[in-house]
Design a binder for this molecule. Structure first.
Ligand code: ATP
Ligand code: MG
Length: 571
């Protein structure tokens, strides 16, 4: 359902109307001089007025009539053809509402005597700035041409990664990856709108540009190795396939295989990696009581960083008979320890019961082998590699919450340390490599209840202070804590049906009302609205397609991967 190429307006920059009213605070009214069907909501237009060029988007189309009688009664059958045409151009008309966003001083018309002088004074051209004034009455409005689009969004390059194309004329719309990773960002849309596909492409762009490392929490095992699309059953190329030297696929759990392949390495958590706050964060998931923090504090008091290990060894209800023939708690029982340290036995036993789900996790071990630790992941990221952590069969919310949080806490600590070293002595210590953490189903970690307790909301809030940002991917943005939502710099959203989700995606943005219209009218798939801090102005686009051609464009024609070449040779 992509938009048809225009026939009437194929030539770029062709006039489509003239300004008839409006205001800076709201929108400009433009009388349309071409058939309304040739212009869509979200069209990127330019308005030339005096020495200025304005840039804006069409946010509404309205049918009007100078005489309502002609609007009410169909004239097509009654009047001769010529008159009908006149009627449609004059008495009956269409107005556009254009939201002006940017303006640039571009000097007098080329070819006029003043133009050369202006160019000499402004060798770099005019500066682009936020709109502060309005064009004159009757200023000509045009559909933006390729040059205008490039002027505002930049020429495509490794850094300016093409996300998609304008809907009418297919001009490429890039995002500046450098800017994109400077603040946390979000990709939203109802299920099936293309979030994971778009994320895959942005990650490919980031890996190719090579200025930041990425860590993907790949809950559904879709980013590392090749996969099969659930709807089309077509193969979907994984990032590891195209960047075999740069991307490490890490499987959670010692024996875990991903898509029937042995990952580059496996990750297990050391018992001492867990801290009481990692448990408290699971309050709802494990249905913990309010006595939990007290018991955890007593455990840490008793055993220090070995608390999880020691508690795991204990047994609830283990008893022995003392010299008087009385049953008493055995030394390895929870009650024995609780009594000894003077903490509530019932509370300790209840917590032990609740933590059984964690005690049973095979990926939490006393002493992980050196190649399978959180430190190994940190090392890979520091070395400029990218890590896709696949959860394999550990795909419950409990696994996801626990592992992402423990890992991210350690990673952030490492990055904070490095940032502080860098700030204290820039001559000796290099800045940390920027890191983007990708969270699918982000609301599970960033909902109102958890946001305050996890490292993720801290990261979203502190922006790039410590060189770590988030890329959250979610179909239910309304369930993400609003303070986190409003921190997101760049937002890319596909179609959303739910009013509260739409509201959430637009939270904190100027022009929410106008953006809402564009958002609700997106096609259900492969169309997104790009907005927020990371782009000069919001614009709806047709998503780039993720296919062979995409990879040819990103990597260059000859750059098929080692693995593919081997495959072609029959290995
Ligand atoms: N840019 C694209 N290029 C090629 N195919 C696409 C693209 N975007 C979406 N599709 C098609 O749409 C399907 C759904 O896309 P995707 O898996 O990215 O949706 P999603 O938004 O991540 O859904 P969910 O919320 O269920 O994870 C894909 O399987 C693919 O067939
Ligand atoms: Mg998805």
């Amino acid at each position: 359902m992509t938009s048809q190429p225009l026939t009437v307006l194929d030539r770029e920059g062709q006039p489509i109307g003239y300004v008839v009213g409006g205001s800076l605070q709201s929108t400009l009214r433009v009388r349309l001089t071409v058939p309304p069907q040739t212009i869509q909501e979200g069209s990127f237009v330019t308005i030339r007025s005096g020495n200025w060029q304005f840039y804006g988007t069409v946010v509404d189309l309205q049918l009007g009539a100078t005489d309502p009688r002609f609007a009410d009664e169909p004239a097509e059958a009654r009047l001769p053809r010529g008159l009908v045409d006149l009627l449609h151009g004059q008495t009956l008309y269409t107005n556009l509402e254009v939201l002006p966003k940017l303006m640039a001083e571009i000097g007098p018309e080329p070819g006029t005597p003043d133009y050369d002088a202006w160019v000499r004074e402004h060798p770099e051209g005019g500066r682009i700035m936020s709109v502060r004034t309005v064009p004159l009455h009757h200023a000509t409005v045009r559909l933006a041409g390729a040059g205008d689009v490039a002027e505002i969004f930049g020429e495509p390059s490794e850094r300016n990664f093409v996300l998609g194309y304008t809907r009418e004329q297919g001009h490429p719309i890039p995002i500046d990856l450098e800017k994109f990773v400077q603040r946390s960002a979000g990709i939203f849309g109802a299920t099936g709108t293309g979030k994971s596909f778009l994320t895959r492409m942005i990650l490919a762009g980031l890996i190719n540009y090579d200025q930041a490392s990425v860590l993907v929490f790949d809950m559904h095992n879709e980013y590392g190795y090749d996969d099969i699309a659930s709807d089309t059953r077509q193969p979907v190329i994984g990032l590891r396939t195209k960047f075999p030297a740069k991307v490490r696929v890490v499987g959670l759990g010692a024996e875990t295989r991903i898509h029937d392949r042995t990952p580059d390495f496996n990750l297990v958590l050391a018992e001492r990696d867990l801290e009481p706050e990692d448990i408290e964060m699971l309050t709802r998931e494990l249905n913990l009581k309010e006595t939990t923090p007290t018991t955890l504090a007593a455990l840490v008091q008793s055993f220090g960083e070995r608390w999880f290990h020691e508690f795991r060894q204990m047994e609830v209800g283990a008893e022995e008979t003392d010299e008087n023939g009385k049953k008493v708690p055995a030394p390895h029982s929870v009650a024995y320890w609780a009594n000894a340290v003077g903490t509530n036995v019932m509370a300790a036993e209840a917590l032990h019961n609740k933590l059984r789900r964690l005690f049973e996790k095979p990926y939490i071990v006393p002493d992980p082998p050196p190649g399978a630790t959180i430190q190994q992941i940190i090392k890979s990221l520091e070395a400029g590699q990218h890590v896709v952590l696949s959860f394999g069969k550990f795909e419950s919310d409990l696994d996801y919450l626990l592992v992402t949080n423990v890992l991210t806490r350690h990673i952030r600590e490492a990055w904070v340390k490095k940032t502080e070293a860098y700030r204290s002595d820039k001559s000796k210590n290099p800045p940390p490599r920027p890191l983007v953490i990708v969270l699918e189903e982000a609301h599970k970690l960033l909902n109102r209840e958890l946001a305050a307790q996890t490292t993720f909301s801290t990261i979203a809030r502190e922006m790039r202070k410590y060189f770590v940002t988030l890329l959250v991917v979610d179909q239910r943005p309304s369930q993400i804590y609003d303070e986190v939502m409003s921190q997101l710099g760049t937002r890319i959203s596909g179609w959303l049906g739910d009013e509260s989700d739409i509201h959430a995606v637009l939270s904190g943005l100027a022009d929410r009302d106008q953006l809402r219209g564009m958002l609700t009218h997106l096609q259900p798939r492969e169309e997104v609205l790009v907005m927020g801090w990371g782009v000069p102005m919001a614009i709806p686009i047709r998503s780039r397609r993720y296919d062979e051609r995409f990879w040819e464009e990103v990597l260059g024609k000859s750059a098929s991967s080692v693995e593919e070449n081997l495959k072609k040779l029959g290995f």
